[in-house]
Design a binder for this molecule. Sequence first.
Ligand code: SF4
Ligand code: SF4
Length: 353
Amino acid sequence: MLHLDDNQFNRRRERNQTKLKLWRHAGLMLTYQCSAACRFCYYYCSPQADGLMSVQTAIDAWQGLVRIASEDAKVHITGGEPFLYFERLIGILQEARRLGLTPVDVIETNGSWAEDENDIVEKLRQIDSLGLNRLKISWDAFHEEFIDIQSVRRLVSVARNILGDNRVLVRWEKHLDSPTGIRQKSEPQRKNILQEAMASDSCRLTGRAADALAELSQQYPCEKFHEKSCRNALLSSKGVHIDPNGEVFNGQCSGMIVGNVRQTPLDELWKAFEPDKTNFWQILYNKGPAGFLENAAAEGYACREKYASKCHLCTDIRRFFFDKGLFSQIIGPNVCYGINRNFASEGILGEKQ
Ligand code: SF4
Ligand code: SF4
């Protein structure tokens, strides 16, 4: 297990100053492909998006997390929709078990695949036998736009029989009991429903969420976000998400690459991460996304009159930089900006195992 002072930034900090927390959680994004295309997706997952994490990339990330956090390491497998690639999911869990890694804490699913009870039973028994702790089933008005509620109810019921109540989380159960019927509504009605959903559950406006939901949110002049640093988000996330190609995102800050586990082990990335030093991170660390405004304006960025949140401003400026090819080592990958890159044709699809 690493110690806080194994990180270069932390070593420069005084005792009373906030330090970069150890990464104890890793969300392995098996694929960007998804049976849904929710408006609040932090990425741009959809049926057209692709990418498939190889067993090797998953294990490299998993082992790196264990080197950082030892038995506190918590891996969850997510997507996209991980059950679209069930065989690969099983391959990763088998290899993790063979190597004696910490059991997988959570697998997240939207439940769209759960059409046949026998199939559900078989799949859940398999992942249960490979050490799954909890199954997390996503359900709210955003998912309801794309997913059949009967599949989700079927999955919840079968999963509770097999895994027990305590090991099945539904986010959010209350919406399963009283669905909104959003699929039968007109677009203006849908927007009202989604506005209500956003009011009750907070939502980070990055990825597709920034493009699809900012207009439904209350908006504020840009000045409101001046000098709102991202220090806390960068230092205190306690975990990372790792995309199918091994790109590492700090916490839920999608579309900003800290490094790649195919090139640098995760523990080495943590040790070397100095958010107050590198040009791009330094600006977020000290000033938040508004710190980019002057340089972005010089490059031709036209400031919007209003933004829904700091993360909306961040995503909007990053998209501008992305289109210009600026900070290209950090701002990416394409799929986080709504461009469906074909991993297979670039020869970077995870190897078959
Ligand atoms: S939020 Fe989840 S279910 Fe919805 S598109 Fe994104 S990955 Fe798929
Ligand atoms: S403004 Fe950007 S860096 Fe800061 S928390 Fe939001 S997405 Fe992350």
